[in-house]
Write a protein that binds this ligand. Structure first.
Ligand SMILES: Nc1ncnc2c1ncn2[C@@H]1O[C@H](COP(=O)(O)OP(=O)(O)O)[C@@H](O)[C@H]1O
Ligand SMILES: [Mg+2]
Length: 363
């Protein structure tokens, strides 16, 4: 029976302006046959945790040991099911389920037998020849589960597998999962938002804190072995539900504040960038205008000179006309620049005002 041992796992993501700590040190040990459900506010690092275990994401520190060996990448010993099924639309249901077996070189008869066996386990024995799109969302999700089971992984990693389903389908599938688990006693790490789902399925519930996610509380509900769907109304179930609800509520509020802070930071950064850009544009046009003013001055002096030379009979009228044109052209450029400076000034005020308004919203 596999043991999954997560020790002081942390994950940092590189983000604009620094790092974002997604997981604070997380310690979690799972023995063979455990059904661990992780509950936590959105953004607390649940998917990050699962991706590390699946081998899709390296830890920033700490380690993940599977049967004593560090996880270095994905492997057939871990089966992953995502929130939205990742089935191949051009393959039949059966071939989707058999995909992993095929990649591992199983012959066609074995593939077919094993795929059909897993399809029967999720109640889809009649649908092997169907195309994926002919199945409802709930059925597709079941195919995903059958596919994960077909590889006979030691550990199943499920990232909110029922999140996209309607409540009734979800409840039916929860009962099915429970039956499958009771039959196979797979080790499961299951992520969900639903407290009821967690209590109904889990041998252990871990409640995660807001980001950076760490394990805030653990519960050992006693309903996983029950075959009675009525457990959800038992006094113990209701009591645990209320307690976990309270814990999650606190974390959800913290998560909301974090989101607001990140949004605020983004707006302020953007406002600074806008002001910077506007200021650079304004200053550079100002410098151009100053140089154009000098050019106009020079052109006017040249014109005065040409006029007096003409009066003295030294030069002809053409020279005066040419000088006149140069003055007009320089004056036109100056006027254009003048207008651009005004526009840039308006943009600068807007950048300042816009940032200000959004940074300190009026109530
Ligand atoms: N690739 C990434 N780069 C940067 N930040 C990320 C990345 N993936 C997730 N995050 C951030 O890490 C935090 C945890 O994300 P995630 O594990 O997906 O949370 P959960 O699954 O609990 O909703 C969130 O704040 C999310 O925005
Ligand atoms: Mg997630």
């Amino acid at each position: 029976m596999p043991t999954l041992d997560i020790r002081a796992l942390t994950v940092n993501y590189a983000v604009q302006g620094g790092t974002l700590q997604a997981l604070a040190p997380v310690d979690l040990k799972m023995e063979g046959g455990d059904f661990v459900v992780a509950l936590g506010a959105s953004g607390c690092g649940k998917t990050t945790l699962l991706n590390c275990i699946a081998g899709f994401l390296p830890p920033s520190s700490g380690e993940i040991l599977l049967d004593g060996r560090p996880v270095k990448g994905p492997g057939a010993d871990r089966g992953v099911v995502f929130q939205k099924h990742a089935l191949m639309p051009w393959l039949s249901v059966r071939d989707n389920v058999a995909l992993g077996l095929r990649m591992r070189g199983a012959d066609s008869a074995t593939r077919c037998r094993q795929a059909d066996e897993k399809l029967a386990l999720v109640g889809l024995e009649k649908f092997g020849d169907h195309a994926v799109h002919e199945l409802s969302g709930g059925m597709q999700q079941r195919v995903g589960i059958a596919r994960a089971l077909a590889n006979d992984p030691e550990i199943l990693l499920m990232d909110e597998p029922f999140a996209a389903l309607d409540a009734q389908t979800r409840e039916l599938l929860q009962e099915e999962i429970k039956r499958i688990w009771q039959e196979t006693r797979k080790t499961v790490l299951w992520i969900t938002h639903s407290i009821e789902e967690a209590l109904f399925l889990a041998t252990e519930v871990v409640v995660m804190s807001a980001r950076p996610g760490r394990i805030k509380a653990r519960f050992q509900p006693q309903f996983a072995m029950s075959k009675d769907s009525g457990v959800v109304t038992s006094a113990e179930f209701v009591r645990m539900k209320a307690e976990i609800f309270g814990l999650l509520r606190e974390e959800a509020l913290t998560a909301q504040q974090q989101e607001a802070a990140i949004q605020y930071q983004r707006v302020v950064l953007q406002a600074f960038t806008d002001v910077d850009n506007a200021l650079v544009a304004y200053n550079s046009e100002q410098r151009r205008r100053t140089s154009l003013q000098n050019q106009v001055g020079q052109a006017r002096r040249a014109l005065g000179l040409a006029q007096s030379r003409y009066r003295q009979g030294i030069s002809d009228f053409l020279e005066v006309l040419t000088a006149q044109r140069t003055v007009l052209a320089a004056e036109q450029q100056l006027a254009d620049s003048q207008a651009t400076v005004s526009e840039n000034l308006v943009a600068l005020y807007k950048a300042l005002g816009g940032g200000w308004e959004q940074t300190y919203p009026l109530e």
